[in-house]
Design a protein around this ligand. Sequence first.
Ligand code: PLP
Length: 353
Amino acid sequence: MKSLNFSRATKENNQDRKFIRLNLNESSLDIPNGLKKKILEKLKKIKWNRYPDESNPELIQALADYCGVKEQNILLGNGSNELIQNIIRAFGDSGKIILFKPSFSIYAQEARIQQRLFLEFPLQPGRGYQAGSWLEKLTSASLIFLDSPNNPLGCTISPKLLQMVLDKTKGVTVIDEAYVEFSDGSFCKWIRQHKNLIVLRTFSKAFRLAGARFGYLVASEEVVDRIRKVQLPFSVGIFQRVAALVAVSQKSLILKYAEKIKSERERLFHQLKDFKNFEPFPSKANFILIRSRKFSGEDVYNFLKQRGILVRIFDLPELSNFFRVTVGTAKENYYFLKALKSLDQETKNVKKS
Ligand SMILES: Cc1ncc(COP(=O)(O)O)c(C=O)c1O
């Protein structure tokens, strides 16, 4: 069996302040202190010796309102990673799982761990999701995962192509909308017409709560019930629940920063376009994929790391000269651009660390 590849990014202490962390697509800005205080005050009033209230009507109602669906269409998870694991447990055993390469690595990792059969179809930077031979494989598929925006390409799937997918398959289609708040639109409301569609969401990105570990999914009641059956009881603790409730209740305050990230992303993209050795790809997420014309991804990673900046590289041969940078604060982006500019102007080979 192939060894599991945890990125070098996750091996580093993620709370260590010495680096500018542009490697995990988190928010560079923490949630406001006033909201942290609110979360702690609410937590003080809850009994910590008791298991959490799984019905949690206030939170579920707030999420249903946010997504424009009914409460019975919502299922909470310990981060969306846990939900991915449970979706594969619930639906991945009766046919092949269709995946794209590259896409969020946990789909393939989890399919492998659960010893499910899966097929991976290539996606190309700059082209994104296109109709192709993979559509024919959908008739015998049990599950298909589409991250939209895709991680790491930043592209989204068009409504027309998603409709083709849904028309072709009797299996379950998962649209992973981890980055949807940085994008143009959601497919959540499609679950009203499509019983086998799951929309996956997280509070780790635009909601700035990666440390809390909270995700949820939106699907038909039948699908929600089936996944709930394979989920371990009480997997979402009281801290996640309270943090998510406070965050969603204050969504206009928290999501204001996502708007800033979107404009920073465009600014960064346009500045990167002027570099001679680097090519950025348009993105609808909080990161940009960049092709290096002269250096390997690893060389770029090492060069930037020596200057205190972490970016993400990939263990895929087709992305060996690519790296992904998370859009940070204006100051972080400035330091990133400055460091990359010096590499852009480098005439010698870069030193390996
Ligand atoms: C497409 C995608 N889905 C899901 C996740 C994981 O989210 P969570 O933190 O909720 O487990 C990520 C994290 O990077 C991601 O890129």
